[in-house]
Structures are given as structure tokens and as C-alpha cells.
Design a protein around this ligand. Sequence first.
Ligand code: SAM
Length: 251
Amino acid sequence: MDLESLPISNLPEMAETWQQTINWQPSQEEQSQLQRLYQLILAGNLQLNLTRITEPEEFWEKHLWDSLRGMAPQQQFISTLQDKTKLIDIGTGAGFPGLPIAIVFPNCQVTLLDSTRKKINFIDQVLTNLSLNNGKTLVGRVEEIGQQNQHRQQYDLATIRAVGTVSACAEYTLPLLKKDGLAVIYRGSWTREEEKSLENAVKQLGGVVELIEEFTTPLAHSIRHCLYLRKVENTPSKFPRAVGVPTQKPI
Ligand code: SAM
């Protein structure tokens, strides 16, 4: 199979959908980088278990569109920052949502963190291949990274998708943020009960729940949510707790 010849054939036709749903028109260059990312992931999947989402439409919607949808309310936030916005994508896996964000927001300095060395090695190859100078990688457990001076309170934005419970996501993201920084937690379903326990956890971590957005995906019409947490105070030094504790003993 010649992987180079597998296009996301419908990407150009999706321009209108991008515009209508996230008010963004991909440039020719961005289109071809997203296209190339798809091809690299299909090729990488032959050696590594990167993703089960490989069909073009599904890949477009669940990986590309979803990654950028989470950032839609934040475009203003990013463009108005004086210095380069520092974003960390926690548990990035094959690079989602971090890689599409790095492609579309060149003023954003994206750190892609995962505990699996093989996935990070793959992402290093993608960064080189796409000449993405605004992306860098980090291998480790976020519970440990969040206690290191060079990472704690260093980021303007922290994204996290499909990595544990919502209170664990809050405990992973908030310690890494500067004061006034924002965590973006990507979720599928969401309930009022979860909102109460999230509010309690976020308060203990020095944050507030700023916005919860519900939206429908453009192709499969499934419901998704994005939770936006603002850091308003320093996070107590005991957070994040030791490796495994945030999931075993939720706040
Ligand atoms: N965010 C990607 C996505 O949405 O496609 C990947 C999600 S995958 C289900 C979860 C990833 O989080 C895995 O690659 C795993 O290695 C990583 N991960 C889980 N716990 C972690 C931790 N404590 N620190 C760093 N990475 C972690």
C-alpha cells in the first residue's frame, strides 16, 4: 500500500464546515500539513498502536476538527498575549489535540507530553517532517512533571483529552499553569453531578470553572463537551500528588 497516496479526500470540501463551526478557514499550507499529519499517522500505525481512528472522515472529525474545536473560544486569548503562548498537551498520545494546535497556531509554543517513550519518538519524527518549530516533546508522568520547577506554573494553556477522570485532569493541568492560565479539558458526555465534584476539586487546586461548552460534531452529530478552568490562585504544593494517586483517590 502506498501511504503517500492516501489523501483525506474530503478535506478541501470541509472548508465550509470549518468556517461555520469554528469560524476558521484553513490556508493551503495548513490544509497540506493536516493532510501530511494524517499520512504520517497512518504510516506510524503500521509499527505502533497510535490510533484506531483511521478512516478519512472519522480522522478529520475526531482528531482534527475536535482538537481545534476545543481552542475555538480561545483564539482571541492566544492572539492577544504579548509573548509566545506556552501550551502543554498532557497525555498527547499520537499528538492530539497538541499537533493540530501547533499547526494552526504558530504563535503558540506547544509542549507535547506523554509517559510512553515510543509515542514521543513518533511525535519527534512528525515535528521534523512537518518542520514544526513551535513544538517540542517531553516524556514523563504528569504527576512528576507538575512538581518540577521548570514546568510548574510555567504554561498559559494546558490541554488534556482522554486521560482519566475529570478530577484527575484538573489535578494534572492546574499545577502546570501560570496564574490566570487556562486548562481545556476535552470530554465526551457530561452531567450536572460531575460538575459538582469538578467544582470542588478545582477549588482545592486554586482554580474556577470558567466555562462548560456543549457542542455537536459536524459529521456524526455526537455530543461533546469542553471544560475551561481558570487558575486564579497558586495551587497548593501537595498537588499533583504521587504517580497514580489522582486516579486512585480522586480529590
Ligand atoms: N490525548 C490523546 C488523544 O486524545 O487521542 C491520547 C489519549 S490516550 C487514550 C491517553 C494517553 O495519555 C496515553 O498515550 C498515555 O500514555 C498518556 N498518559 C496516561 N496517563 C499519563 C500520565 N500520568 N502522565 C503522562 N501521560 C499519561
